[in-house]
Design a protein around this ligand. Structure first.
Ligand code: SF4
Length: 417
């Protein structure tokens, strides 16, 4: 099994890699290069590649990335606000949630969240990403009031908030129709929503991960309705737990179908399962998280299967680490995600890649793979292209030991967010 992108792969051109692939894999990849949609069987062929076939998949995905979005690697300056870790849902893959009486349970006040937002803007953030647990006694209008409070103080800040699970909870609590509830959130200042809580969009897999979580049908309904109201979303998939390659393929096809209809997905973000602090792993209910081999396949597969529909494939550096992220950015991905400034969900499940990457660190890492850094907005408008290195750029040296750890000990945890 592959640990990360092999250095000797870097120089191999995609067309040479293609000639070394097996006929079935080469045929599927040529079809994708010609701009045609792949079918289920072709997706399955690509989802299980090894050796020269994996090399061909990775190289063709990288070429499709180049054709779709060029050589820039984008990032957004943002801050995560996880307002509470109290949650009643009980997802077995989650290391983040706590009961209300747990000594480390928290619920930040609106004033605290506002202060964190103001601090983020002072540091150059253009976005806050707000998600949290689902406390039993949460007021269904809490989500609306928090948006109003932030927008009253920071009207220009992009608020990317509330997973489909949280939106479903708000609907349940307020008993409003979904579209009315979403419209209320939009009017209160909601700019976009995270397409999290997707895990794997297959109810049988979801039952084993979290029987209390919203069903596939509900996830789709929230996303479709949001898109129809002009609220874009990301799309995600959690891999590395109980699922099979077939589930990746079906999940990606489902996202592709939604995107054909709504055009509302800004990006696709694969999220490797961080296993170590989760009940699911501890009771033997899942494999030990995502492997570097799976990381490469999933990112490359996403580029190939979503080609022509979802142009941006994002790496999650909190799940992959930096070396893993750079490998995936050479395997079809084109976006480094956000600076985050505070990331408690993956960390609670055992991830150890820190809470913040500065824009300068992003740029320095991007240059190590000879690509051009660019800062973007949440919806992928380019704010600034950095054609040349600047004085703020530095590799995250203090994180070098983590680079090494990522290479030697691949599956370094994650949660479902
Ligand atoms: S993943 Fe989200 S909904 Fe599930 S237990 Fe954790 S915080 Fe709650």
């Amino acid at each position: 099994m592959l640990k990360a992108m092999k250095p000797e792969w870097r120089e191999i051109p995609w067309d040479r890699a293609l000639t070394a692939a097996s006929p079935k894999v080469a045929c599927a990849l040529e079809k994708a290069l010609a701009g045609n949609d792949l079918g289920l069987e072709e997706g399955m062929t690509l989802a299980t590649v090894e050796g020269n076939d994996l090399l061909a998949l990775v190289k063709v995905a990288d070429e499709l990335r180049r054709r779709a979005v060029g050589n820039r690697i984008t990032y957004v300056v943002n801050r995560n606000l996880n307002f509470t870790n109290i949650c009643i849902v009980g997802c077995a893959f989650c290391g983040f949630s706590r009961g209300p009486d747990s000594p480390d349970a928290y619920f930040h006040s609106t004033d605290t969240l506002l202060a964190k937002s103001v601090e983020a803007v002072k540091q150059g953030a253009t976005e806050v990403c707000i998600q949290g647990g689902l406390p039993k006694d949460l007021d269904g209008y809490y989500y609306v009031e928090l948006l109003r409070a932030i927008k009253a103080r920071l009207p220009e800040l992009h608020v990317h908030a509330y997973s489909p699970m949280e939106i479903t909870y708000g609907v349940e609590k307020t008993r409003l129709p979904l579209s009315e509830y979403l419209l209320m959130l939009k009017e209160a200042g909601l700019n976009s929503i995270p397409g999290t809580a997707a895990e794997i969009l297959d109810d049988s897999v979801r039952r084993s991960l979290s029987p209390n979580k919203l069903k596939v049908r509900q996830w789709i309904e929230v996303i479709r309705t949001a898109h129809s109201l002009g609220i874009p979303s990301t799309s995600t998939m959690m891999y590395g737990h109980t699922e099979l390659p077939e589930h990746w393929v079906r999940h990606l096809f489902l996202l592709r179908e939604i995107q054909k209809e709504t055009g509302g997905f800004t990006e696709f973000v694969p999220l490797g399962f961080i296993h170590s602090q989760t009940k699911l792993f501890q009771i033997g209910g899942a494999r030990a998280g995502h492997s570097p081999h799976e990381d490469l396949i999933v990112h490359a597969l996403a580029r190939v299967l979503l080609n022509g529909y979802i142009p941006n494939i994002q790496v999650s550096w909190v799940k992959l680490g930096f070396e893993g992220s750079l490998s995936c950015l050479e395997a079809g991905a084109n976006d480094f995600g956000g600076t985050l400034m505070e990331e408690s969900i993956s960390r609670a499940a055992g991830a150890n890649f820190g809470e913040y990457v500065s824009p300068g660190e992003f740029r320095a890492m991007i240059r190590t793979i000879s690509r051009t850094p660019a800062e973007r907005t949440t919806t992928y408008k380019i704010r600034k292209v950095f054609d040349h290195a600047d004085s703020e750029e530095r590799l995250p040296l203090e994180r070098m030991p983590v680079f090494a750890a990522a290479a030697s000990h691949p599956p370094l945890m994650a949660t479902g967010y």
